[in-house]
Design a protein around this ligand. Structure first.
Ligand code: HEM
Length: 122
């Protein structure tokens, strides 16, 4: 009878609560994996002549506000079309800020920059 009551209580217990078994709780998933930018800000620096070596649509770096971006893969998706190619190999800050009659790019456009960031301008 004692055995039956024990079995009944065990049956009602939530899985993993023990009940005399040696089963260890399932280890929690690794939550330490944080999405991190490919490059830590400040860890790489490039001069304007480094940037200038990538001045064509198929190999396009540009500096905007002290940061350097490799935007080669973004050019086909750029809403402003290949107009941005004018900024390849250059400090394109003023071009970036001048569009839309001086309004400049949207916050959304600025958020996209993160994906293409490769380092800071020396
Ligand atoms: C990291 C570099 C760049 C990114 C991520 C980017 C992104 C975008 C995005 C998302 C738009 C849509 C409008 C907005 O959201 O503001 C846009 C429009 C545009 N962009 Fe860029 N852009 C970049 C660089 C440039 C450069 C260097 C130029 C010029 C040389 C340029 C010229 C334009 C033009 C002319 C438009 C169309 C504006 C309009 O709607 O009238 N962009 N860009």
């Amino acid at each position: 009878m004692k055995k039956m009551i024990f079995a009944l209580i065990c049956g009602l217990m939530v899985v993993g609560a023990g009940c005399g078994s040696a089963s260890a709780p399932t280890p929690a998933a690794n939550t330490n994996q944080q999405p991190s930018p490919a490059v830590t800000p400040g860890s790489k620096t490039y001069s304007l002549s480094d940037v200038a070596a990538h001045s064509i649509a198929s190999d396009c770096w540009m500096a905007i506000s002290g940061k350097v971006y490799d935007v080669t893969s973004y050019i086909p998706n750029h809403p402003g079309g290949d107009k941005m190619v004018a900024g390849c190999g250059k400090d394109a800050t003023s071009m970036f800020d001048r569009i839309k009659g001086g309004k400049g790019h949207s916050d959304y456009a600025k958020s996209l920059e993160t994906d293409y960031y490769i380092g800071d301008l020396k």
